[in-house]
Design a protein around this ligand. Structure first.
Ligand SMILES: [Zn+2]
Ligand SMILES: [Zn+2]
Length: 323
């Protein structure tokens, strides 16, 4: 007995034509540790850059850790509060509740810090670094047009370089919450570029420095998360998937892994509309960066980073989302 091959998104669309308008081409990158050549597609490979042009730097605000010792008398107050809270918890079903006074004292001692180290008795907070401290970007991915022909390549370009600032930022998306690396796209013409040794970033988070990987690009068709399609359509798609013993999400939609194009997965939040910060147009998913595996990165607490592109103007800043 041979098992029937698993259905593809195209099979689902054939059975459910109303989904056809949602089908989008995508490239799964399948990064594998290796030695990228100067001209193939890569993750963490050597960058190419126009001779004489300056290497890009991140000028966004960067955050630093700040620690402060808790004075001895405050430490004694905190220990007294902790003891009282634990005692009351024993009497009241384990609920840890502060009285109003205890709450006020705790607030005063924390003074806006985000955590307290009870071993070394010091508070921690993140503070903005002094401005004018630019950080060299690092190469994240380099994609040849031949490996992702469905991307919206500007005329005359055949190479996309994705650079990022390997530090956390919290002020690059206006009011939309984001805490992670800053990303820049460069649509270029390979013939105008040469080898370059970029400056090292002045500081970086280790888990944002990719190890060098070669890619094994695979062209696929992708379908959207349930949040992006009408309920009835999602129900019908889910029934189709069930009949074939798979799930719609990841089985037929939101293909997993490093991906160009296609659709993002909204598995840890509900759909967040990503509108261009410059012109307000709804942006399109361009790239998913996945944690773990060979590039050995960790984004969004071992989640995935989605990079979005403005369909009106590629020079508008990218949209970023972590899942
Ligand atoms: Zn930065
Ligand atoms: Zn825009």
């Amino acid at each position: 007995m041979t098992e029937a091959a698993e259905p593809t998104p195209a099979d689902l669309v054939a059975a459910l034509p109303a989904l056809a308008r949602y089908l989008r081409p995508a490239t799964l990158l399948h990064p594998e540790a290796g030695t990228p050549t100067a001209h193939g597609s890569s993750v963490g490979g050597p960058p190419l850059w126009p001779a004489g042009a300056p290497w890009p730097h991140c000028t966004a605000g960067h955050l630093d850790d700040a620690y402060e010792d808790v004075p001895l008398q405050d430490r004694e107050i905190m220990e007294t509060i902790d003891r009282a809270v634990r005692e009351r918890a024993r009497e009241h079903d384990g609920a840890h509740v502060l009285t109003e006074d205890e709450y006020a004292e705790t607030r005063r001692i924390m003074n806006g810090a985000d955590s307290l180290d009870h071993v070394n008795w010091r508070t921690h907070r993140t503070v903005p670094e002094p401005p004018a401290a630019a950080i060299a970007l690092v190469p994240l991915a380099r994609i040849r047009a031949a490996d992702a022909p469905h991307l919206p390549w500007p005329d005359g370009t055949d190479l996309l370089q994705v650079l990022w600032c390997p530090n956390d930022h919290d002020d690059i998306q206006d009011e939309r919450y984001y805490y992670g690396p800053a990303v820049e796209l460069h649509w270029q013409r390979a013939a105008e570029l040469g080898s370059v040794t970029p400056p090292q970033p002045r500081r970086s988070d280790e888990y944002y420095l990719p190890t060098a990987c070669v890619l094994r690009p695979e062209q696929i068709q992708d379908l959207p998360d349930r949040d992006e399609i009408p309920d009835e359509l999602h129900r019908a798609a889910e029934e189709f998937a069930e009949r074939h013993g798979i799930e719609y999400h990841r089985g037929l939609a939101c293909a997993e892994g490093w991906k160009l194009g296609g659709w993002p997965s909204w598995h840890s939040t509900d759909l967040i509309p990503i509108d261009c910060g410059a012109c307000g147009t709804r942006m399109r998913h361009l790239l998913t960066v996945e944690s773990g595996g060979d590039p050995d990165l960790s984004v969004g607490r071992h989640g995935e980073l989605h990079v979005f592109l403005c369909p009106e103007d590629r020079s508008h800043p990218v949209g970023l989302d972590l899942q």
